[in-house]
Ligand binder design. Structure first.
Ligand SMILES: [Fe+2]
Ligand SMILES: [Fe+2]
Length: 142
């Protein structure tokens, strides 16, 4: 079970924080739901992750984030695992996907949030701040 706490988990980029809250909520629902709801929720999680990773990819590109490749390959790796688990779910095999949600996915997220996503958020804040200083306008990002 992931427990969201703004103090420790919020990264200060509103768009990313909203996405991460949604990820946490979905993962927790999956960890606790019964078998009849699991497939539909897993579908939602897969779609969430597709958008989550596409959006972070967009933020990385427009801000020229230096660790883009490293960060995206992490996204691709976990998304590949999710696709594989999704196939099992579609065949009605829930044991492995359930274990994956409770163990693999939860620990992956905590680790990823505090390392790669935190680095991206810090970079976005720096870039946003530099733009404010350069243009005297509002930050485009964040
Ligand atoms: Fe993220
Ligand atoms: Fe990420």
């Amino acid at each position: 079970m992931l427990t969201w706490n703004d103090k420790t988990h919020a990264l200060g980029i509103a768009e990313m924080d909203a996405t991460h809250r949604e990820f946490t909520a979905l993962t927790n629902l999956l960890a606790e739901c019964d078998d009849t709801d699991f497939a539909a929720l897993f579908e939602k999680l897969l779609e969430h992750c597709r958008l989550h990773f596409t959006n972070e990819g967009r933020l990385m590109r427009i801000s020229r984030f230096p660790a883009l490749n490293e960060h995206e390959s992490e996204h691709h790796r976990i998304y590949g695992d999710l696709v594989q688990m999704h196939r099992a779910v579609q065949r009605g095999r829930l044991m492995l996907p359930r274990a994956f949600v409770k163990q693999g996915l939860e620990s992956w997220f905590s680790q990823h949030l505090s390392s790669m996503d935190a680095a991206l958020a810090a970079h976005l804040k720096r870039v946003g701040q530099a733009r404010v200083e350069m243009t005297g306008g509002l930050p485009v990002l964040g």
